[in-house]
Structure formats: structure tokens, C-alpha cells
Write a protein that binds this ligand. Structure first.
Ligand code: ADP
Ligand code: ZN
Length: 746
């Protein structure tokens, strides 16, 4: 756990750099592991806030940590976001110019960077390892750590080599982060990365801000449009199973005036990158994609994820749906479900297993995963509860108020025993030799070539459901299948195999009247408003919010960064709620730290002032109290430690002794000491630096005429540490200013 002193430091940094007020669950524990440099594995769902866990420790400890990340796009976005917050970070990758590379190397050697992002391939080159040794890197964060495991959904061979890290850097700590929930992958990560006695921190898998819905699919495009209309001009992802579907759905949406594009692995890398960029930069609202679209997108304001087809496992569903609402604001996840998808997957999985010659065991486990997904989609219990239980956690807040079941959108369950009996007897009469299409025809009483060929118009079940639409009959057959009252079977005929619908022991129970069947009502109900949505808009002036989005976009395109790097939606809403008209009040706004207040503050408050004046809206709603509270907290926490350190320096205490007393890293104490020297201007600093070193460094600083540390470091033959140089520079500086100040003083 975090010590009191550390907690104060963490909250101070959170406020200063990110403009957030408190830690989320498990972040404290993960940060503590980072500060203690204890190996750790942190599992949090997408959007849970993993990044802060590796961003904060190097900041407090004044050290440089390395983050391993699988994709350049991902690194760049993170670095852009950090830099916009005033956080010194850089990414090293193949896209850099020589000058950029040199500059970063320079900053690294001077100890100015807190984080450096790198791909695994790059990390494990000799030159890079040498460099990291030189600057004494002692801590590594592995993002998307499931890529190291074969069992994960995204294995990357280059991640495997990360096992070598512990050999190159035996004293370093490794901190793995992933959103993958399965036990097996977790265990594999620990093993592959050779973590020693790691702190294993597994977060809560529920995402309370997501509203889940499962809608039986009938009119696919119409259903997609109805959902998208609830999120006009907001970011949305529509997942399809096949590449062809992405293109056709995208066409349909464009024709209806939506700003959409499609994405799949069949496009070349450059086109894919373009499309991804356009989405990240808000040039496109909706992306229609296969599963290939995923990890590279950091856009946190996705308000809606629609699955036009069912994914093949709950793991996939959770990953993909999880891309909604990463900013913590409400978002909607809709699965358009049809049993036809289950059958399609069954066929695909069996076919590819046969081609790849995989063992029966693996095939069986894939089909099992599919079965779980089907149970989720066809089930009628709380969606949040079902997902969380699937990942082995208990769900305590049922009814959740954020799923179609708990919102009462599908309460219409009817006794459909007679209907089911009709369907089952049709299967029996046609001797379990046909697929769904033909069964529909017989029940409907259709006049088709096949019906006549088999003489099925003579059957007693012919036309038994003539009053129903064909689509409805099909859905009912699917429903009966989903409940396990029918089964798919393979039969051989003329040396070919066919998939047909057959009976099982449960079918006979229904036909004999020993078992009742309940089915979901066919009509689609009106959707209710989830509480999370109502709450997060409370007090927000929508007009101002939309205007601020416009402002954000123009800032972002001017700087050529994604819009969310400038401000997230949560921040815009808070601005449109509190409407601060002075820069000092921006402190009270979620997501605005010192750097952003300084950079955009004037612009924003001016904008808000004008808007509120024109619209006759009140400004500074509840900001004063918050600002006052923050001020009190800030002065009490950070300064308490520093004050204690200053008291000790005044008695000549050494850095180590002070570090022990206030429980901060030596590098932080060195920084305090530099500040102590700047404020108290002591005659000499022999308590902390020996005379020889002092003279040597002082001569260098005076000769160079600057206080830059790196040239001094080299000029001193790399024998005096940066920390020591910093202290000497502070002393030389105040002595120099004393010299110039003195004459005019007298
Ligand atoms: P992950 O990597 O786990 O998917 P991120 O680290 O990207 O999640 O965080 C998701 C979102 O939550 C980001 O917008 C981030 O700024 C925000 N966030 C993280 N921690 C906090 C916090 N303590 N308070 C408020 N917002 C937070
Ligand atoms: Zn629920």
C-alpha cells in the first residue's frame, strides 16, 4: 500500500499533471508496486486506468522508466497526451528523424525524461540496452502484456523475447499490464516474463458506465441506424464478422447520411493507418470494421459499439465492447444477435480446425467458448452480472440499471410451449433431415420446388404457422435452438455431409408436454434511459458543450494531434457544467492540470464568457468551493514533506538521512536540496558536496557560462552524478546572483 507521504505526492501529481482528484480502485496498489519496484501484474478492464499506474512512479521518484508497447500509433498517442499535460516523455521508433532520435538520446542522458516508450524489437537491440544501462534504468512497464502469451487473443512473437529483460537487467523491476481476464493468460505472463514474487492486482471487471443491450437481429441496417441515431455525431464502432459486410454496411450508412468509413485486414497498411487516423482525429464518426480494428485506437470518447454479428467468444466481446466509454462516461454496447451467427461460427471453426489439423481438444474448447457467447446473447439475465460472472467475479449491484434486462426492455416473456411443439413436430415429421430454411417453408406452407420434391405439402405440419411472417418463424426456430430444445446434426447423403436440425431428449420432453417453454417477445421495445447517462449530463449546457467540441477540434487540427489529446469529453462536459470564467477556476474542472490551464486557459475562459453572455447562462457554477478545497490540500500535502526536509537540511543532515525520514527517493531529496539552496542561499554546501568535486564542477559551470547539466557531466569526465551537479549548479547560481544583486542593494 501507499504510505501517507507517498499518497500525498501521488494526489499532488494527479492534480498537477492530469487535473484529476482521486485514484481509481487498485491504482494506489499498482503505483505502490511501482514505487517499491516490486514486480507486478496489473489486470484492469479497458478504460480502467492502467496507464497512470506506470506514469506516476517515475515522476515521484525522478527516474526514467521504460514502457514497452506493441504499436507505434499507440505510443505516439500516449506521448502526445502526456506532453500536452506537461509530462516529459518520448517514444523511440522507426518513424523518427535522426535529429529527433539524437534529441531524445540527449534528453535521456540528461535524465530529463520520466518515460520512454519503445517496441519490444527495438528495446532488445544491443545499442539500446547499452544506453539504458548507461542511464541506469531500473524499471520496465509492459503494456498489453497478454501479447506475450500464446493463450491470449493477440499473441506477438516479438513479445516472447521480453523474457530476456530480467537477464539484461537483473536488478530491475517489471510491471506487466493487461486487460485480459483469463487465469491461464495471467499465469503465462508471470512465467514468460519471469516475474519474481509479483504483486498480482486484479481489478473489478465490471464497467458500470456501459449500457449493454442484446437485440434479436431482423432488419440489420434499420437496427443499426436506430442505435446510431441515439448517438448523433459521436464516435461509434460497428463490428461485422466479414470484410464484405463492413463494406456493405458502411455503404448503407453513408447513403443515409452518416459520416462513416470501413476497416479490415484486407486493406493495405497505409490505407488502414489513414482510416485509423481519420477516426482518431474526429474526421470520421463511425468506423465499420472487423476485429482487425482495435488495439491501435486510443480514442476514449467512443459512445457506442454495435456488434452487427456475434463474436466467437465472450473474451472477444468484452475486448471489443470495452472500447466504448474509456473516458468513464456512459456509452452503449449493442449486440445484434442471430442464432445464424452461431451456426456460421460453428462451421467456420470446424472447417479451420480440420484444415489446420488441430487436436479435438482445441476444437472442443473453441466450441465451448462459442457456446458461452451464445449463452450470453440468448440469455435473459443481467448483462453486467453475466459478463462479470463469466470472468469469475461476483456481481453485487443487480439490478444494474444499465442493461436491457434490468431496464425492463425485454420483460415480455411469453409461454410459447404450443409454438415450440409445432416446430419440434415439424422437425420430427421431416425426419431430422433439413436445415432451418426448409423448416420455415414447411411451417409457413410455402410452395417451393423442395417442398414438392419431398411431398412435404402432405404433412400435417405443413402451413401450421401460416399466420406468422417467415422471419418470425425463423427467429422462433432459432430461439428453440438456443434453449437447447433442438440441435444441429451432421448427416451423410450421397457421400456429402450436411448440417441439419435434429431432435434431442429435451425435444421429446416438450412434445410429450412434460416441459414448458418460455420465449422472449418478438417486438423490439422502446429503450429506457440508463441512470449513468442521465447523471453524466446533469447540469451540462449542451449548446456550450457542442461549441467547445468545435473549439477542441480546431485546436487539435492546428496542432495535428487527435482531439482527445487536447481534452476528453468528460472535461468538455465539466466545463459546460461549471462554466468557469477565470483561469484560476479551471483547477476545479476534471482533466485540466497545470500545463493545460496555462496553455489553453485564457482561450477557454474567454470562449465561455462570450457564450454565457450571449446565452444568458450563469458562470462559475460551484467552482469556488472546489478551488478552495484544492488549495488547502495542495499546501498541506506536498509542503509537509518538503518542510521537514528543509528543517533537516538546515541542521546539515545528509541526503540519505533525509530520504529515510521523509520516505522519498534520493533523487527527489536532491531536488528538495537544490530548492533549499536556492531559497536559503547558504555560504557553503560542504555538508553535501566535498570541496574537490565542488571546485571542479564550479570551474566547469563558470567556463561554460551555462548551468546545463549534460555538458558539465561530460566535462567532469562523467565522474560527478547529475544529482550532485544539480546541487552545485543551484549554489553557483545563487552566488552569481548575489554578486550582481549586492552592489545595487547597498
Ligand atoms: P486503460 O489503459 O486501462 O485502458 P487508460 O489508462 O487509458 O485505461 O485510462 C482510461 C481513461 O481514464 C483515460 O481517459 C484516463 O485519463 C482516465 N483516468 C485514469 N485514471 C483516472 C483517475 N484516477 N481519475 C480520473 N480519470 C482517470
Ligand atoms: Zn443488468
Amino acid at each position: 500500500m501507499l504510505t501517507e507521504a507517498n499518497r500525498a505526492g501521488v494526489i499532488g501529481a494527479l492534480q498537477q499533471y492530469w487535473g484529476f482528484d482521486e485514484l481509481r480502485p487498485l491504482q494506489a496498489e499498482a503505483i505502490a508496486a511501482g514505487l517499491d519496484r516490486r514486480d507486478s501484474l496489473v489486470v484492469m478492464p479497458t478504460g480502467g486506468g492502467k496507464s497512470l499506474c506506470f506514469q506516476i512512479p517515475p515522476l515521484l521518484e525522478n527516474r526514467t522508466d521504460v514502457v514497452v508497447s506493441p504499436l507505434i500509433a499507440l505510443m505516439k498517442d500516449q506521448v502526445d497526451g502526456l506532453r500536452a499535460n506537461g509530462y516529459p516523455a518520448a517514444a523511440i521508433h522507426s518513424g523518427l528523424t535522426d535529429a529527433e532520435r539524437l534529441q531524445i538520446a540527449e534528453e535521456l542522458r540528461a535524465g530529463e525524461l520520466r518515460l520512454v516508450f519503445v517496441s519490444p524489437e527495438k528495446l532488445l537491440t544491443n545499442r539500446f540496452i547499452e544506453m539504458l544501462r548507461e542511464i541506469n534504468v531500473r524499471s520496465f512497464a509492459i503494456d498489453e502484456a497478454h501479447c506475450v502469451s500464446h493463450w491470449g487473443h493477440d499473441f506477438r512473437p516479438e513479445y516472447r523475447r521480453l523474457a530476456e529483460l530480467k537477464r539484461y537487467f537483473p536488478k530491475s523491476s517489471i510491471h506487466a499490464f493487461t486487460a485480459t481476464a483469463t487465469e491461464r493468460v495471467r499465469a503465462d505472463i508471470v512465467k514468460q516474463l519471469e516475474l519474481e514474487n509479483p504483486a498480482i492486482l486484479v481489478g473489478d471487471f465490471d464497467r458500470p458506465n456501459l449500457v449493454y443491450r442484446v437485440i434479436p437481429r431482423d432488419d440489420r441496417i434499420g437496427q443499426i441506424v436506430r442505435v446510431l441515431n441515439r448517438h448523433k455525431q459521436q464516435a461509434a464502432i460497428v463490428y461485422c464478422i466479414s470484410r464484405r459486410d463492413t463494406e456493405s454496411v458502411c455503404d448503407d450508412l453513408k447513403r443515409r447520411g452518416f459520416n462513416a468509413d470501413y476497416y479490415h485486414a484486407g486493406l493495405n497498411a497505409q490505407v488502414r493507418r489513414q482510416k485509423q487516423d481519420a477516426f482518431a482525429r474526429e474526421k470520421i464518426d463511425i468506423i465499420v470494421a472487423t476485429v482487425a480494428f482495435g488495439m491501435g485506437i486510443d480514442r476514449s470518447d467512443v459512445r457506442c459499439v454495435i456488434h452487427a454479428g456475434m463474436p466467437k467468444s465472450v473474451e472477444h466481446y468484452q475486448q471489443e465492447a470495452g472500447r466504448a466509454g474509456r473516458d468513464g462516461l456512459e456509452a452503449e454496447c449493442v449486440l445484434l444477435y442471430s442464432t445464424a451467427d452461431v451456426m456460421k461460427w460453428e462451421d467456420l471453426i470446424s472447417k479451420s480446425a480440420a484444415e489446420a489439423d488441430v487436436s479435438d481438444g482445441i476444437l472442443q474448447s473453441m466450441l465451448e467458448l462459442l457456446g458461452h457467447m451464445r449463452a450470453y446473447a440468448a440469455g435473459m439475465s443481467c448483462r453486467h452480472g453475466s459478463l462479470v460472472n463469466y470472468f469469475g467475479q461476483a456481481f453485487k449491484t443487480e439490478p444494474c440499471g444499465a442493461c436491457d434486462v434490468c431496464l425492463g426492455e425485454i420483460e415480455g416473456i411469453e409461454d410459447a410451449t404450443v409454438l415450440a411443439q409445432k416446430i419440434l413436430s415439424c422437425v420430427a415429421r421431416t425426419e431430422e433431415r433439413f436445415g432451418v430454411g426448409h423448416l420455415v417453408d414447411v411451417l409457413k406452407g410455402a410452395d417451393t420446388v423442395r417442398v414438392r420434391q419431398f411431398g412435404h405439402q402432405e404433412l400435417s405440419t405443413y402451413g401450421l404457422l401460416a399466420e406468422m411472417e417467415k422471419d418470425s418463424i425463423k427467429r422462433r426456430i432459432y430461439d428453440v435452438l438456443d434453449q437447447g430444445l433442438l440441435e444441429r446434426k451432421t448427416i451423410e447423403s450421397n457421400a456429402k455431409s450436411f448440417q441439419v436440425i435434429g431432435l434431442n431428449s429435451q425435444s421429446w420432453q416438450v412434445m410429450r408436454g412434460e416441459r414448458r417453454v418460455m420465449l422472449r417477445e418478438l417486438s423490439e421495445r422502446r429503450v429506457a434511459t440508463a441512470k449513468a447517462e442521465a447523471d453524466s449530463w446533469e447540469g451540462v449546457d449542451r449548446g456550450l458543450f457542442e461549441h467547445l467540441r468545435g473549439l477542441r477540434n480546431s485546436i487539435a487540427s492546428e496542432r495535428d494531434v487527435p482531439a482527445y489529446v487536447v481534452f476528453g469529453d468528460a472535461t468538455l462536459r465539466d466545463l459546460a457544467r461549471k462554466r468557469p470564467d477565470q483561469v484560476s477556476h479551471l483547477q476545479s474542472v476534471h482533466g485540466i492540470g497545470a500545463a493545460k490551464a496555462k496553455e489553453f486557459g485564457e482561450l477557454i475562459v474567454k470562449f465561455i464568457r462570450t457564450h454565457c453572455k450571449n446565452a444568458a447562462l450563469a458562470t462559475n457554477v460551484g467552482t469556488t468551493e472546489v478551488v478552495e478545497k484544492l488549495r488547502r490540500r495542495k499546501t498541506s500535502s506536498v509542503s509537509a514533506q518538503k518542510r521537514r526536509a528543509f528543517e533537516m537540511f538546515a541542521t546539515g543532515a545528509g541526503v540519505e538521512q533525509v530520504a529515510e525520514e521523509v520516505r522519498r527517493a534520493a533523487s527527489t531529496i536532491h531536488q528538495y536540496l537544490a530548492e533549499f539552496i536556492e531559497t536559503t542561499r547558504p555560504e557553503d554546501i560542504s555538508s553535501w558536496v566535498d570541496a574537490g568535486t565542488y571546485q571542479k564542477a564550479r570551474a566547469v559551470f563558470e567556463r561554460e557560462g551555462t548551468r546545463l547539466l549534460r555538458p558539465a557531466f561530460e566535462a567532469c569526465g562523467e565522474e560527478v552524478s547529475y544529482d550532485t551537479l544539480r546541487i552545485i549548479a543551484a549554489h553557483v547560481d545563487c552566488q552569481a546572483s548575489q554578486d550582481t544583486v549586492a552592489p545595487s542593494d547597498s
